[in-house]
Ligand binder design. Structure first.
Ligand SMILES: *[C@@H]1O[C@H](CO)[C@@H](O)[C@H](O)[C@H]1NC(C)=O
Ligand SMILES: *[C@@H]1O[C@H](CO)[C@@H](O)[C@H](O)[C@H]1NC(C)=O
Ligand SMILES: *[C@@H]1O[C@H](CO)[C@@H](O)[C@H](O)[C@H]1NC(C)=O
Length: 324
């Protein structure tokens, strides 16, 4: 009897407990806390949507905020709204992230950055066969190459001040389409999957400089961009990507900022996103031993759920084609 009791005890308590302790020691990089107050936060695509909401939050927490976007009018409006809401001055820079020289000039003028948020983006969902090559190139240039431009231009300044100013952060706005490819998202998913490779490799390269990478995975978000995008969404994309409703830009900004502050590598924004992150954790870094524990314990069952999703999606595609 005692034996049975002991083996039950060891299985249900000792095994998970040993796993937790093991994970506590092996998770890398180590936990970190990135300060926002008095830091210089540079946000691209910061004149509307998630970027603007994030700029408001950072200003409210006492950061010096710089915004980079293309449209001067929108930048001025953003500057005014932040000044009105928080009393803080914001520096704005008009540049196209596709133009490396312009990006470099803006970043030099803005001064050394502590937190860089790459949030620029254009997005037009369409089947590869129907999408203009120009449009595909445009999306990849803005989202993927644009992020390379920003990070390369900002890194020298970011590295310089770390000893006095504490940990820095590079946050990259991905999307749930950066965790799973679906119908109508070839260019979009390619650029977002690309960002994941960039982020994972970059974290290796800059961890010794005390700069921490966060990859943020928002679901559909109620932004001006999303409204535009929905007008052209293929029907199948809407069927497959039907989600529990779009999040508000403010909510996504709050989750993003929490992720940046804790140096979290993969930042999901809602429960669905949390499941996606567990399901796609793969070889990505994890600072939290608790999250690592959840990942290890649920890997099998989450994979099973993923297979059910694929079953459902392929079913929808089949049904749709039969109807046509
Ligand atoms: C923040 O802005 C103030 C006022 O412009 C400036 O004195 C200070 O040096 C800035 N701090 C950073 C970190 O850029
Ligand atoms: C810039 O934004 C303003 C205000 O939203 C808009 O009216 C204008 O058309 C935009 N300009 C360009 C070049 O997109
Ligand atoms: C580019 O990034 C923006 C902002 O995250 C996103 O809304 C858009 O869908 C992205 N487009 C592509 C092609 O990745």
């Amino acid at each position: 009897m005692a034996d049975v009791y002991f083996s039950f005890f060891s299985l249900s308590i000792l095994v998970p407990l040993s796993l937790l302790i093991l994970l506590y020691f092996i998770v890398r990089p180590r936990p970190v806390s990135v300060p926002i107050k008095n830091s210089h936060v540079f946000i691209t695509g910061g004149s509307s949507g998630i970027g603007l909401a994030l700029a408001h939050l950072c200003a409210r927490e006492g950061a010096n905020v710089s915004l980079l976007a293309r449209n001067v009018t929108k930048l001025e409006e953003a500057k005014q709204s932040i000044k009105l809401a928080t009393g803080r001055d914001v520096n704005v820079f008009s540049a196209d992230v596709r133009d490396y020289d312009a990006v470099k000039r803006a970043i030099e003028e803005a001064g050394p950055i502590d937190v860089l948020v790459c949030n620029q983006g254009v997005f037009v969902p369409q089947e590869l066969e129907h999408q203009e090559l120009e449009e595909i190139k445009f999306m990849i240039d803005v989202n993927l190459t644009g992020s390379f431009h920003l990070i390369k231009a900002a890194l020298p300044g970011m590295k310089k001040n770390r000893a006095e100013r504490g940990p820095g952060s590079i946050a990259i706005m991905s999307s749930q389409a950066g965790q799973v490819g679906i119908y109508g998202y070839t260019a979009y998913s390619a650029s977002k999957f690309g960002l994941k490779g960039l982020a994972e490799a970059l974290q290796h390269e800059i961890i010794a400089d005390n700069i921490h990478v966060s990859l943020i995975f928002p679901p559909d978000t109620e932004t001006p961009g999303f409204v535009e995008e929905n007008k052209r969404r293929p029907q199948l994309t809407s069927i497959i990507a039907a989600s529990s409703g779009a999040m508000k830009a403010d909510e996504v900004a709050k989750k993003s900022l929490d992720g940046i502050k804790s140096g979290t590598f993969i930042v999901p924004c809602n429960f669905e996103g949390f499941l996606l992150s567990v399901g796609t954790a793969g070889l990505s870094p994890q600072r939290s031993y608790l999250m690592a524990f959840v990942e290890v314990m649920t890997a099998g069952i989450v994979r099973l759920a993923a297979l059910f999703f694929q079953w459902n999606w392929y079913g929808s595609i089949e049904k749709w084609h039969k109807k046509q």
